[in-house]
Design a binder for this molecule. Structure first.
Ligand code: C2O
Ligand code: CU
Ligand code: CU
Length: 496
């Protein structure tokens, strides 16, 4: 590449240095996110292989105004690539707002395809310039979004990504993702507070993102490179005895993560941005595409411990095809514990989990997710036409003009979602979050809200959904982004 990427590389270096300061440069009872950039005491190693944090853009006086430019040509895994990013990086900047804030985003589209923006998991209005998935921002144009975060919004880990039907998988696989943190002062004091955004993609020798074929789209593509904050296998620095918080975001296009940290439990404190009732030690955390887990890691002794994602069986799709990909664990990072032993206060025994809805329940609905050969639905889009596959909900492919579900504002409903196919589909609903009541596997459920849940192959999940505020129109869909692009999405209208 010629001149332009060099300038971009310099800019990236500056961002990376500042961000390492934010992540690693605080001690004791200080939230790493609150520290000014550049206060770091940890120098970037010569190899530059320490985990970097995306640049942080934080609100002031109740407002965050940001410009996000989506464009190709970012560095990934230390190489210049044709991958996509926001403001020159993938992941894009971490946006940090508080409940009650006004978030304004000017999105500029420097891609060669239409795009738009979605705040995943955030409870804001879907109307107008809000979290509206029906907008189309043409290549070369821009749009001004404005979102009012409600004052009672749970604080936690969310993210943003494009949501233009037909282009979602390519743009996620390209790298268009970023973290969005809703925070209110220090909700949990830790020595370091890090975003761990996991993406996957496949690059050719020239650094171009490799187009995927019909089979990959049918199964839901999984990239050969699994990256953490755009880095390949970085080191995460830690001090013995000192706890840190990881905000893990599964921003992969379709990959289910099964996370495990060598010789350490992952102490989960939040799921999908919402606190659990109590810290919970887990040997492995399974994260559906788009899911998040906030964990506390508390290493006792110096050493190197790998963070891996284990193979996860999504099922076989159609025609007995296997989900393919790696057969062993994939290493994401190494926790590098060194230095004199420090200490952290114990975690609180309980966490500020919002109460889950007890009812009364105003309505019941049943939805069916299916994969089939040919026939109905708008399957066929995005290159699967040749295989004659259909991806449907209740026998139909996505049509933005059709009203699939109409719900009365203020009601609480129980939805039973059945999956007739032989692979898992991650169900996601915009704006209105749900509580998982039960599923066909009998997995015990945590009493908290979620915004994405795996519907087991040939199984079902039952959800309780609160429609207590925000009238308007939005979508629910499979978060295997290739399936969503192929039609596995429906519209929901909440009426007054
Ligand atoms: Cu992560 Cu419809 O979204
Ligand atoms: Cu979403
Ligand atoms: Cu699916």
């Amino acid at each position: 590449m010629t001149r332009a990427p060099i300038g971009r590389r310099r800019a990236l270096g500056v961002i990376a240095l500042g961000a390492v300061g934010v992540a690693a440069g605080t001690t004791g009872w200080v939230s790493g996110l609150g520290a000014p950039a550049g206060s770091g005491r940890l120098a970037l190693g010569a190899g530059g292989r320490l985990l970097v944090q995306p640049a942080v853009l934080a609100s002031r006086d109740g407002v965050l105004d940001v410009e996000l430019t989506a464009a190709p040509g970012v560095a990934l895994a230390g190489r210049d690539t044709s991958a996509l990013g926001f403001n020159g990086t993938s992941p894009g900047p971490t946006l940090r707002v508080a409940p009650g804030d006004l978030l304004r985003i000017r999105l500029t589209n420097h891609l060669d395809a239409p795009t738009n923006l979605h705040l995943h998991g955030v409870h804001v209005s879907p109307q107008g310039r809000g979290d509206n998935p029906f907008l189309s921002i043409a290549a070369g144009s821009g749009f001004d979004y404005a979102y009012r975060i409600p004052t009672d919004h749970p604080t936690g880990t969310y993210w943003y990504h494009p949501h233009h039907h037909g282009y979602i998988a390519d743009q996620l696989f390209g790298g268009l993702v970023g973290a969005l943190l809703i925070e209110h002062g220090q909700d949990l004091p830790v020595a370091a507070d890090r975003v761990l955004m996991i993406t996957d993609t496949t690059l050719d020798a020239a650094g171009r993102v490799v187009p995927v074929g019909a089979m990959d789209k049918m199964m839901g593509r999984q990239g050969e490179l699994v990256l953490l904050n755009g880095q390949h296998h970085p080191a995460i620095p830690a001090t013995p005895g000192v706890a840190q918080r990881w905000r893990i975001i599964n921003a992969c296009t379709s990959r289910v993560l099964a996370l495990r940290l060598e010789q350490h439990p992952l102490t989960q404190i939040a799921h999908d941005g919402v606190f659990l009732p109590a810290p919970t030690d887990r040997d492995q955390i399974v994260l559906a595409p788009a899911g998040r887990a906030d964990v506390i890691v508390h290493p006792a002794r110096a050493g190197q411990y790998v963070l891996v994602t284990d193979p996860y069986d999504r099922g076989s799709g159609m025609m007995g095809m296997m989900s393919g990909g790696a057969t062993g664990p994939i290493t994401l990072a190494t926790l590098a514990v060194a230095g004199p032993v420090g200490s952290s206060p114990p975690l609180p025994a309980t966490l500020p989990a919002p109460p889950v809805p007890q009812g009364p329940v105003d309505g019941q609905r049943a939805l069916t997710f299916a994969m089939g050969m040919g026939g109905m639905g708008s399957g066929g889009m995005g290159g699967m036409g040749g295989m004659g596959m259909s991806f449907t909900i209740d026998g139909r492919g996505f049509d933005a003009r059709r009203d699939d579900q109409t719900v009365r504002l203020g009601s609480t409903e129980d939805w039973t979602i059945t999956n007739t196919s032989s692979m898992d589909h991650p169900f996601h609903l915009h704006v209105w979050r749900f509580h998982v009541l039960a599923d066909s596997t009998g997995t015990p459920r945590t009493a908290t809200f979620q915004d994405v849940v795996l519907i087991p192959a040939r199984g079902w999940v039952r959800l309780r959904i609160l429609f207590t505020d925000y009238p308007g129109r939005s979508v629910y869909h499979c978060h295997t982004a290739d399936h969503e692009d192929a039609g596995m999405m429906g519209t929901l209208t909440v009426t007054t």
